[in-house]
Design a protein. Structure first.
Length: 130
């Protein structure tokens, strides 16, 4: 049995959609295969929209490929803890989503065009700049 690969897309990656070949390739791989699952925390989506208007609409067209993760109290706690250390909200949300949880017992990788943001935060990262 083939295991599903899980990736969390953060705000910089969402903003790179349509212009970055690696990001586009990952989205196409998820659309063409049941073996790649892409997750988008709502906080990351809102952060991306704040930086570049229209991202929410673009992601909405990909709702069959990009699976939304609703914010909850546990995510708020993680974001608050990381924010005290200067970590941006969206990075905190991606970290929370990538950590092992009830939906993803093995956790996920953060697929990002800004891998340096995750150094020392204890989550795996897929650098989409390579």
């Amino acid at each position: 049995m083939i295991e599903t690969e899980h990736y969390v897309l953060d705000a910089p990656t969402l903003m790179a959609m349509g212009g970055n070949k690696q990001v586009s390739g990952l989205i196409h791989a998820a659309a063409a295969s049941g073996e790649v699952r892409l997750w988008v925390p709502v906080m990351c989506l809102v952060e991306a929209e704040r930086e570049r208007a229209g991202i929410v609409g673009h992601v909405g067209m990909l709702v069959d490929v990009l699976h939304m993760i609703d914010d909850d109290y546990a995510m708020a706690v993680t974001i608050a803890e990381l924010c005290r250390d200067g970590v941006p909200f969206g990075v905190g949300a991606a970290v929370h989503a990538a950590r092992p949880n009830h939906m993803l017992p093995e956790g996920a990788l953060v697929a990002t065009v800004a891998p340096e943001s995750y150094e020392g935060l204890g989550v795996g990262v897929m650098d989409l700049n390579r």
